[in-house]
Design a protein around this ligand. Structure first.
Ligand code: HEC
Length: 474
């Protein structure tokens, strides 16, 4: 093990230099002239139809004309008529425009809270769990999407590029053969990995990936689940146990997280494949769903929509957008997922059999062009999230800390943030999130967070792609 220390230190150094520091907004404190609700009410009345219901979401944008208060007053007063922004100087009083600009400035803090000022120079971080050290175990990956740990404590790491790596406890990385051919385009490729709960006896490894086929001169893709046996450092006897319908030309929203529960059911997510109108609410499509199958792909006899005409038999829950986090909490027999909202409105949900999570009928998010696509955030028959994130943190990877490695964190839920490059700690009290804490600021674009059988957290980071173990102490 000692020999390994030099390797880890050298690799860590090279990594921490690339991190960029994001610019910071200085959210000046503004005096709001009118009473507290007034600017919010003005915003709802005059602005929400184009800029979305929540000011918090409007402010999460790249600013064309500047976001300091005088610039905002100018934008609002004069508008940008050719581009569809009315000139409000003719409609609202100077005092009302001042109040709206003040409200925008105030809400800018919801975005700037994620613009961390640190630029990590070392692999040591202070956190709510004390001093933590990132031990680099593997480098040279594109996007370490899924991490698993074998009984001998070595790791299996999927790289979105289509490669599976075996990473030994001393940081030796070897490519594993026997993986399916993947469509490594857009968000597609080799995605998640999980082991059978009785892996020690049967050696089954499960992978999710973007599967391709040619049809009518076009290359189509879909989400598929594959299983194979781990044998002498390779995968053998591989076969698909699920191939999602419909196939599509898009290369995004594959979903793809996989977990087993304690009864041996295999759950996995499939994103809406970029077709929110046709897929998530439609039970005859596999897209925009959480699915449940047996370990060999067979369909459980009590799946919720088996008796629904035309419904896909593997569906367990529906109305999802693009869940890239899925975790099973054995002690309470609960399945938790998070998913990306459109622009803001990322959600954490407890996934229940037969339930509808509402996408795209209800959502806290807005369209990428800033327009609200739905004003509904709640509807009967559709589940509310446990929490939602505004602005969008772009969550990927999810785990509960159940080990004793980080005592303060025990029982809490952790999600990686691709966008803001940190680890999100949701401090739990039963099924409620008590508090959200940003850990490891600027550690890297976090694609995966995984608790190994040794109790440590392992992170998959992008740009550059590497795998680190979160260790306590310096
Ligand atoms: C009819 C739709 C519409 C309404 C209503 C509307 N806006 Fe806009 N707004 C736009 C569009 C479109 C743009 C982008 C203009 C451009 O790109 O030049 C914009 C731009 C802006 C900008 C400049 C953003 C930047 O990037 O610098 C501000 C500030 C703004 N709006 C505030 C408001 C406020 C405050 C209200 C309510 C009083 C409001 N808008 C109502 C459509 C609208």
């Amino acid at each position: 093990m000692l020999k390994n220390v030099g390797f880890i230190a050298a690799a860590s150094l090279f990594i921490w230099n690339f991190c960029t520091q994001s610019s910071t907004h200085t959210a000046e404190v503004t005096q709001i002239v009118l009473n507290e609700e007034a600017p919010e009410a003005l915003y709802k009345q005059y602005c929400a139809s184009c800029h979305g219901e929540k000011v918090e979401m409007f402010v999460d944008r790249s600013w064309k004309y500047g976001n300091a208060k005088p610039q905002l007053i100018k934008s609002i007063t004069q508008g940008s008529l050719d581009n569809g922004m009315p000139a409000w100087g003719e409609v609202l009083s100077a005092q009302e425009i001042d109040a709206l600009a003040g409200l925008i400035v105030e809400k800018l803090a919801t975005v700037s809270q994620y613009q961390f000022n640190n630029k990590p120079q070392t692999a040591i971080f202070e956190s709510s769990a004390g001093t933590l050290r990132m031990d680099t175990l593997a480098t040279g990956l594109t996007s370490p999407w899924g991490i698993e740990q074998l009984p001998d404590r070595s790791l299996l790491v999927t790289d979105r590029s289509g490669k599976l790596y075996h990473v030994s406890t001393n940081g030796q990385k070897k490519e594993v053969s026997g993986v399916p051919e993947v469509v490594a385009e857009g968000q597609g490729g080799l995605l998640d990995i999980t082991l059978h709960p009785q892996f020690e006896k049967n050696n089954w490894v499960y992978l999710s990936y973007s599967k391709g086929k040619m049809e009518g001169g076009q290359k189509l893709a879909t989400t598929a689940i594959y299983r194979a046996k781990w044998s002498n450092g390779q995968l053998v006897e591989g076969q698909d146990i699920f191939v999602g319908e419909p196939w599509s030309r898009t290369r995004y929203h594959f979903g793809s997280r996989i977990v087993f529960d304690k009864k041996g059911y295999l759950f996995f997510t499939m994103g809406d494949r970029g077709n929110q109108q046709d897929n998530p609410q439609n039970l005859s499509s596999d897209a925009g769903k959480v699915h449940r199958i047996h370990e060999d792909g067979k369909i459980p006899v009590d799946n919720p929509f088996l008796k629904t005409k035309g419904a896909r038999p593997t569906i367990y829950s529906y109305g999802h957008r693009n869940p890239q986090g899925l975790v099973y909490l054995a002690e309470r027999d609960e399945l938790w997922a998070h998913e990306h909202g459109p622009r803001g409105g990322d959600e954490i949900n407890i996934v229940k059999k037969g339930h509808n999570y509402g996408w795209p009928v209800i959502s806290y998010g807005i369209n990428y062009d800033g327009k609200a696509f739905t004003n509904l955030t709640a509807k009967e028959g559709m589940d509310q999230p446990v929490i939602y994130w505004i602005p969008s943190i772009a969550p990927s990877g999810m785990t509960f800390v159940t080990s004793d490695k980080y005592p303060t964190w025990k029982g809490d839920l952790f999600s990686g943030s691709l966008r803001f490059k940190y680890l999100n700690r949701s401090v739990m009290s039963g099924q409620k999130v008590k508090e959200e804490i940003k850990e490891l600021p600027n550690v890297g674009r976090m694609r995966e967070v995984f608790q190994g059988r040794d109790g440590y957290l392992y992170l998959g980071l992008e740009e550059p792609g590497l795998v680190v173990r979160v260790n306590s102490g310096k």
